[in-house]
Design a protein around this ligand. Structure first.
Ligand SMILES: [Zn+2]
Length: 134
């Protein structure tokens, strides 16, 4: 069970906004469910099955004004370098690439298991003001 304590002793004195944002993102993404219900998901690049305990790279984004993170793509370890950085920064969207481990999350009510992100570490961060309008 993810117990998201909502404490951010942010170093308000430093202007390292990105670092603070990354830390917050890691907190939010830990426990985020990925893939469909079930104990496996697939690499978006090679299609390999990914299981509990696998080290993955995940692409996630959040639109400005939204709290919900979307996690459309995960990559297996061998594909993790196939996409360098955030491919096309999108204006108005916060995008990250992060490494994480897959963990099993029991969804008691639904009598099912979901894969969730654990040990999230942000590798690349794209600020909403980055990018072009296309
Ligand atoms: Zn792969």
């Amino acid at each position: 069970m993810a117990s998201n304590t909502h404490e951010t002793d942010a170093e308000t004195e430093t202007d390292s906004e990105v670092v603070r944002v990354e830390a917050a993102v890691e907190q939010v993404l830990n426990g985020l469910q990925v893939g469909l219900p079930g104990a496996t998901t697939t690499c978006a690049y090679c299609g390999r099955q990914l299981h509990d305990g696998d080290c993955i790279t995940v692409y996630a984004y959040r639109k400005a004004g939204h709290h919900h993170w979307n996690c459309p793509r995960v990559y297996c370890r061998s594909c993790r370098n196939s996409d360098d950085g955030v491919p096309t920064p999108t204006l108005g969207t916060t995008e990250i690439l992060a490494t994480a481990f897959l963990g099993i999350m029991q969804v008691a009510a639904a009598q099912t298991t979901r894969l969730a992100l654990t040990d999230v570490e942000v590798q690349s961060y794209s600020h909403p003001s980055d990018g072009s309008e296309g």
